[in-house]
Structure formats: structure tokens, C-alpha cells
Design a protein around this ligand. Sequence first.
Ligand code: PLP
Length: 401
Amino acid sequence: MDISKYRKDFPILNSDDSPVYLDSACMTLRPQIVIDAITDYYTNYPACGGRSVHKLSWQVTENFEMARDSLRRFMGAESPSEIVFTKNATESMNIVANGLNLTKGDEVLTSDKEHNANVVPWHHLAKYKGIKYDVLPAKDNYFFDIEALKESLSSKTKLFSFVHTSNLDGHSNPAKEIVEICHDKGVKVMMDTAQSAPHKEINVVDLDVDFAAVSAHKFCGPSGMGALYGKFDELKDLIPTYVGGSTVVNSTYKDYKLLPPPSCFEAGLQNYAGAIGSGAAAEYIMNIGRDNIQEHENKLNKLMTKELCDVESLNLVGPSDANQRGGIFSFNLDGWDPTEVAMHLDEEYNIAIRSGMHCVHSWFNSRGIDGTARASVYLYNNEEDVLSFTNAIKESIDNRK
Ligand SMILES: Cc1ncc(COP(=O)(O)O)c(C=O)c1O
């Protein structure tokens, strides 16, 4: 399916000085329909949901809950009660980290290619609660080591938390197999789906995962919004990190009674426009179809790889096969600092990419690499974008010789 017609939905791509935007692994662009949903809230019913009884308030509650249901379908969850609105994937994972009530001697294991969002919370608990945090080494640098996982889980392991698709190289881990192995050993599983759910079909019920985290800004939604999926029984057992208004059935000077999930995790007045915008974004993506998005990204990444694979001074970071890297192309150029590459492309060619360690500091530090330059595509990119980028890279190298 040709999805190029969706490009016109993105205002920033339709002006005279539109950038070549290849930084969607960091943040995606927003289509008009999402911008309109946010504006509609602030323009037409800018009220508080769930508290007042006037018509505007009811409309907020209704649209907020409809957005939750959109997120439910986006993740393939069974019940809207299993979707908690958060401010991003980082907060979602922290809610689980803190809510599991882990104590000294409990162990948490992650893969070795995790975003800081799935590294730092465990270091933090190791420091302040005495848990043990361990890392599972990859096979040949980029690939998940299933055998090592089987050997590493013990009766003390309480959680295996892993990235579904890596933001560093676009490689995806074998989620279903991982979950099965962990559950066989009685270990709960959390999946960081920040880079997978926006790009490919995901079904948390089919995967049988206990928790999953997403960020809306990675699937055309607003900044500062995300969601936590949790099986209802798992959410019921989590201790909420933040409590207060909207989380309780009742309270007295002596006690309080929490509401069931998801409300007990959504303390205080919520980002209604953000949630409603996230729902609109989820609908937009589901409407295009993530199979189509995945196929489109794959085609573009193959082209990018073909154009650049013979460039001698370019070192690709990640599997050499473009089919294994989703929409991500991470690389270094001999003699260039990655940030210099990104700044040069921006200044000379109006091409936006990302550079640095992409918040995967632990992976880079363990290998003594300073970072990479990273180009990443999404549904609105086209072959022209890719060729502008690959030609700019080749020209920049030639000009330096
Ligand atoms: C794989 C992965 N996990 C987690 C995150 C954290 O997302 P956020 O900063 O929106 O919480 C990111 C963001 O880049 C990511 O790529």
C-alpha cells in the first residue's frame, strides 16, 4: 500500500522551507487531526473531567475515556481498566519499578541495550532499596541471547524488563519467546514498547506480557503523554507511586480507600488535551495500519542502506540487514564526531537527524563508543527524503577529502 498520501496531513512538511525530517525515533511529527483534537478541547470544552457535573465536564470525561479505549485497542489490551495514562514511557516504567515493592535481595534483569528509562530506575532501587540489578549480555553485540536468559533467571528474579525494539539500532527482540521463558520460571515481564508499538502491530494479550510502556510522541501524539499497560491483576497488586485527588473512593483524617486501577494511578487533574490527542493519534495510526507503516519504513531503510553500504568511511551500528533495523539507520563517519554530522546536515542541507548516545549510555559506555548519528523514518517520509540524506552524506564526505 502506498502511504505517501498521508504526508499532506503534516503541516510542517508542507511549507516552502520544510525540513527533511529523519528524527522520528526521537519524536514524531503531528498530523492536523491530532492538533485539531487538542485545540478542540481547549476551544470548546476546556473543563475538568470526573469532578464537576456540568455538561462540559461530562464531555471531558467521555472523550478522556474514549481516548483510553483507543489506547487499549492500540496495545491490544482486553479492558480499558488496564490502560493508565502517564506522562511518558519513563513514568510508566517508574510506576512499575516503584509499585512492585521490591526489597533487598530481589533481583531485576534487563537486556544490555536499554534506554535509560529502563536502566536508571533499577540502579535507583539498588541504591536506595538494596535490590540487585543485573544485565543480560547480547549475542554478537546486537542480538538477544535466549540461552543466556534461561540461565540467568533464578528464584530471586522478580522481573525481566526489556526493550521490544531498540532505539539505538531498530532491532527487535523475540518478545513472545522471552515472555514464555520468564513465565515458566515465575518471573514477571515488562516490555518497553516505545519504539515498537508505533511501528508494528502489537497485542499484549497475545504476547502475554505483564506490563508495557509507551510514549504518545512516538506515534504522532502530543509531548508529555504516555501510557502504561498492565494486566488488571498485576495493576491491582502494584502500589501507586502518586496518590491524592481522583485516586480515592473516600478519605478521612485517619484513613483512605483507593479506587481500583486505572484511577488509583492517575493522581490529580489530568492532561485531558494530551490524553484526547493521544487517542486521536492512536486512531490515526491504526487507521493507516501498522503493517503498512512497517512495510513502508522497511522499504525506505533498505534504500538508505543500499545507497550507503559501499561508503568506505561509514560504519553502520546495528545488524547489517536492513530488514532487522525497522526504520532506524545508526552510523558513524570516520573522522567526524556524530554531533558534527548532525549539525552539518542541519545547517547545510536542512536535514534533521539525531546524534549522541540516544539515552542508551550504558551500551555505548561498555563498548567505548562516543555515540552515533541516527536517521530514522516514519510513515510521512518518502524516497526523496532518503536520497536527500544519502546524497548529503556522500557529498559531505567528498568535500572533506
Ligand atoms: C526505547 C525507548 N524507551 C524509552 C524511551 C523513553 O521515552 P520517554 O522519554 O518519552 O519517556 C525512549 C525514548 O526515546 C525510547 O526510545
